[in-house]
Design a protein around this ligand. Structure first.
Ligand code: TXA
Ligand code: MG
Length: 353
């Protein structure tokens, strides 16, 4: 796709989320245009969720298959019943506990939602983000914004506006630069249309947090197990995703063995004249020798690791690293989402020592 439109970048921070420019940005969406904006999870690529033409534009801008449904973002709880056939008790409880916030619920859609937005499905994904700039944009544009992550399909989701611009320049009418993104991984998706609630994509709202409100919650078996033969229930989880250009390999095991193995693998790749990179927790950074060593944060602080992950994958691309090796992280709590994204980015290439 060649450059189609002139992309304007507007800086709006959460400290002053509704400056005079916001009304004009809302107008762009109301008229069928696209505006990328910050949320607490990752940057989103927004269009009018109730306008089929806007949804088609989103798919084209991202280069995304049109059978991969979009999340509808709202900024007022009273708008939820309009999007769905009915609001089950479980959804009310979750909204009460976690909205506004990084949780997406799958429910049976009403006729208001065009099938272009839901990738042909009879269900709809709904999220009420907590980011103040996102909320103001949703309100200014009529209440319902369809937004996937604002990356080209297959690339890591953007957590900085410069990466939105890199992917979306000429493809969207405007980009709101809201600065750093607090969480850094996409929302947890929970499907409430089945007999039991099921996590389709792990995120900041963990299984334990959902279970504290709902009781038993299932997890789509394909999330961490690459050998699982079933199809993931969230269509987007089927595609190669979150991937850097370089070949990423995860190394798991006791710290000393991981360091030794990564350093050995780096030497082998360097011998093949590849530019090498390592993703290390801060305590291990000094022990690696590679062309590029990136610190992802303290391994005992998964929030830090989550917030750095996509930026580091992008930086590896910026520096043209060809062979990337990453330490592995605990799958407890938020760690499940971190390892889900890291393993997907690696195409499930993993060395266990
Ligand atoms: O944090 C987030 O959720 C971000 C920000 C921008 O809000 N958005 C996001 O959207 O990650 P996207 O399009 O990159 O991922 C949406 C995921 C896809 O895997 C899609 O297949 C799944 O949600 N999804 C959407 N509607 C669905 C539905 N009705 N049933 C099952 N999965 C659905
Ligand atoms: Mg995405």
């Amino acid at each position: 796709m060649n450059k189609q439109v002139n992309t304007t970048v507007v800086r709006i921070s959460e400290g002053n989320p509704n400056p005079p420019e916001m009304a004009g940005l809302g107008e762009i969406i109301k008229k069928g245009g696209l505006v990328a904006f910050p949320t607490e999870t990752v940057y989103g690529l927004g269009g009018d969720a109730l306008n089929p033409e806007s949804s088609k534009k989103i798919y084209a801008a991202k280069g995304r298959p049109s059978d991969n449904p979009l999340i509808v973002h709202i900024a007022d709880l009273n708008d939820l019943p309009k999007l769905v056939v009915s609001v089950p008790e479980r959804a009310k409880k979750l909204a009460d506990a976690f909205w506004p916030g990084p949780l997406t619920m799958i429910l049976n859609k009403s006729d208001l939602v065009p099938t272009e937005t839901t990738g042909g499905l009879s269900t709809v994904a709904v999220r009420f983000p907590s980011h103040k700039v996102a909320q103001e944009l949703i309100k200014a544009s009529g209440g319902y914004i369809a937004a996937p992550s604002a990356n080209l399909s297959g690339k890591p989701s953007p957590t900085l506006a410069k990466y939105v611009l890199e992917d979306m320049d000429g493809r969207v009418d405007a980009i709101i630069d809201g600065g750093d993104i607090p969480i850094g991984l996409e929302s947890t998706i929970v499907d409430l249309t089945g007999e039991k609630p099921m996590i389709l994509r792990p995120g900041y709202i963990t299984k334990e947090m959902l279970e504290s409100v709902l009781g038993e919650v299932l997890t789509d078996p394909t999330i961490l197990d690459a050998s699982c033969k079933e199809r993931p229930k969230a269509p987007g989880m089927r595609y190669r995703h979150y991937a850097p250009k370089g070949e990423l390999t995860i190394v798991e095991g006791p710290a000393d063995a991981v360091i030794e193995t990564i350093n050995r693998e780096v030497l082998i790749s360097a011998g093949e004249r590849k530019k090498t990179g390592v993703i290390a927790s801060d305590e291990n950074v000094p022990y690696y020798s590679a062309d590029v060593v990136k610190c992802i944060g303290n391994r005992n602080n998964p929030e830090e690791v989550a917030a750095s992950l996509y930026r580091i994958l992008r930086e590896m691309d910026d520096e043209n690293v060809e062979a990337i090796f990453s330490e592995s992280f605990s799958e407890e709590g938020l760690g499940e989402a971190i390892m889900n994204r890291l393993l997907k980015a690696a195409g499930h290439r993993k060395i266990t020592v």
